[in-house]
Ligand binder design. Structure first.
Ligand code: SAH
Length: 249
């Protein structure tokens, strides 16, 4: 009977391999936390050394903290989870993507949020950007046009404890009249013009960030400010690449 010991050691090798390579949930969370902190530090450093892009080359410490807190991997489909803390967009299904972390940090920073601010997001997608906003303000409203994504994001936000995000399925081009006005609006899909209703739903002294441009043209991230007298000031910041804002308009 020479085969039994061999089989036994083969089995124990397999068991060993499984033990080595499958991390327990706690280990995986620790691992993700480390990866997340390293990524956020890298983003902050990149921004500091790229002062040509923005006059504000520092991430607000509150934004840094929010980025270090939100578990991006909880908003990434299983297949791509291991890539959650790479600085890149990832597919979330239905031809859509979860935005690149650096862009999420930058857009959030540009909104200059205060805790009491009421924020509107157009394009819930995975729910990740909404979660980052929810770390900074009391109430976030977010609209998604793809019903399946709207439903999944609502579930993921609930599971991760972001009860202060109110989601809705619909066309965000028209904003959210019943909840307006907003202190800040963030649009995470590119439009070829700034939707007039969104401008209307922005409070005086409010801020909006939106990628402007079509699928085939260069898009630019635009910062919109409404003055105390409701004048509109726009500033074109940097070239970006977003999925298009769809809908009937
Ligand atoms: N903020 C998202 C990014 C998702 S990509 C995240 O953190 O994951 C942009 C999203 O905008 C897509 O899910 C797309 O379906 C959605 N979208 C496109 N046009 C829209 C519209 N008119 N109204 C609402 N959502 C829209």
């Amino acid at each position: 009977m020479t085969r039994t010991p061999f089989l036994n050691s083969a089995v124990s090798l397999v068991v060993m391999a499984l033990t080595c390579f499958s991390l327990s949930p706690v280990q995986a969370d620790d691992d993700f936390k480390q990866q997340r902190e390293a990524l956020v530090e890298e983003i902050a450093e990149d921004l500091r050394s790229s002062d040509a892009i923005l006059d504000q080359s520092e991430l607000d410490p509150k934004v840094l903290k929010a980025m270090k807190t939100v578990p991006r991997h909880e908003f990434v489909p299983e297949k791509h989870k291991h890539q959650s803390y790479r600085n890149r967009p990832l597919p979330i299904g239905y031809g859509q993507t979860i935005s690149q972390p650096a862009i999420v940090a930058l857009m959030t920073n540009l909104l200059e949020l205060e805790t009491a601010d009421k924020v509107l997001e157009i394009g819930t997608g995975s729910g990740y950007q909404a979660a980052v906003l929810a770390e900074l303000v009391e109430k976030v409203y977010s609209i998604e046009i793809v019903p399946e994504l709207a439903e999944r994001a609502a579930e993921d936000l609930k599971r991760t404890g972001y009860d202060n995000v109110i989601t809705r399925h619909g066309d965000g081009y028209y904003g959210w009249e019943e909840q307006a006005p907003f202190d800040a609006i963030i649009v995470t899909a590119a439009a070829d013009h700034i939707p007039p209703r969104l401008l209307k739903q922005l409070k005086p002294e409010g801020r909006m960030v939106i990628p402007v441009g079509s699928r085939f043209m260069v898009q630019h991230l635009v910062l919109v400010k409404k003055t105390e007298d409701s004048d509109i000031i726009t500033e074109q910041l940097l070239p970006v690449q977003f999925v298009p804002l769809t809908g009937e308009h």
